[in-house]
Design a protein around this ligand. Structure first.
Ligand code: PHE
Length: 339
């Protein structure tokens, strides 16, 4: 048996150096060390070995098994090293990499994240609503009567079933008050649609950001402070802001907000940026009727709302002369906002 073990040992060592791929090596391992392998078969002879020789033969058996196992490990290591070396054949790893063209966020996306960032830091939560709206959410609940010009066929996109493309994001005010109770403090950015003649400052689909804060004791001072902080965050800490009396059916009093900006080499100018006001009690009443409770009792809560044009913000911020640039995806335009 000793000779048999020596023979197995020598055969194995001789054979293993000739093996050049890993599947052959595995096949080799099975042939020697596997359940039906040569060494296993030889060890079955142990039972016929005289008792006094058993320790010596047993030790030899272990030595041969260890030697073959180690040889396999070594050969595996060599094969991996050879394969790795071949992998970089013909490759110059010192060549500098080729730069990939970097993408960038669309200017409107940049404005959106800056605007929501400022307002979220002031405690406003993000809210959303559908772009296809009911007349009730878009107009009636917002104290906008049936004969109001905004509801005109020629100003609004209606569907046959009476739904419409929302003309402003103010519909989200109503949806939020239907589903939440005060205090409510939300912003709702999104698209709005009007049958506007398309020109340098109008598109039929544009973007707004709505804000609504309803709680006990919300005042016009809160509205002013919030919007001042917002526009200073957008345009710089010394930006001047002006509230100009205006009319919206769903706020009373209502204002338009202008900011004073100075383009390089030009006189400073007041630019209209947003609409806002204190929520009209009629809106709370409409919401209360729909809810069937007193959560928005106009004698208990007050609130302010505002709507900012996001396209307008982008145009003013970067001096973009034509709103159509924002939807044409001309790389010569977009590249100016990268990096
Ligand atoms: N929804 C108004 C618009 O589209 C803006 C606005 C929002 C005004 C909220 C007051 C309060 O012009």
């Amino acid at each position: 048996m000793l000779e048999e073990l020596n023979a197995i040992h020598q055969d194995a060592l001789k054979e293993i150096n000739g093996l050049t791929d890993e599947s052959r090596l595995e096949e080799f391992r099975i042939r020697y060390l596997g359940k039906k392998g040569r060494l296993t078969a030889a060890s079955a002879g142990m039972k016929d070995v005289p008792k006094e020789e058993k320790p010596a033969i047993g030790q030899k058996l272990n030595e041969v098994r260890t030697a073959i196992t180690e040889a396999i490990d070594t050969r595996t290591g060599q094969m991996i090293a050879e394969r790795d070396a071949r992998a970089t054949d013909g490759l110059d790893v010192t060549l500098p990499g080729r730069p990939l063209p970097a993408g960038a966020l669309h200017p409107l996306t940049q404005i959106l994240s800056q605007a929501t960032g400022i307002l979220r830091r002031m405690g406003f939560a993000l809210a959303t609503g559908p772009e296809i709206e009911t007349e009730w959410h878009c107009f009636d609940a917002l104290n906008t009567p049936a004969d109001h010009p905004a509801r005109n066929e020629s100003d609004t996109f209606y569907f046959d079933n009476g739904m419409l493309l929302r003309t402003h994001t103010s519909s989200v005010q109503v949806r939020t008050m239907e589903s939440q109770t005060p205090p409510v403090r939300i912003i709702a950015p999104g698209s709005a649609f009007r049958r506007d003649e398309i020109d340098a400052t109008h598109l039929s689909a544009f973007n707004q950001l709505e804000g609504l804060y309803v709680a006990e004791h919300v005042t016009l001072g809160d509205l002013k402070g919030t919007l001042q902080t917002f526009f200073r965050g957008m345009f710089g800490a010394d930006t001047e802001i002006r509230f100009r009396p205006h009319f919206f059916p769903f706020t009373e009093p209502s204002f338009e907000i202008d900011i004073k900006l100075q383009a390089t080499g030009k006189e400073p100018k007041w630019l209209e940026m947003a609409g806002c006001g204190m929520v009209d009690p009629a809106v709370f009443e409409a919401v209360s009727k729909a809810r069937g409770d007193n959560a928005f009792d106009p004698d208990k809560v007050t609130g302010f709302a505002f709507g900012v044009g996001l396209d307008r913000l982008a145009m003013v911020k970067w001096g973009i002369a034509d709103i159509r640039h924002l939807i044409e995806n001309d790389q010569r335009f977009l590249k100016q906002f990268a990096g």
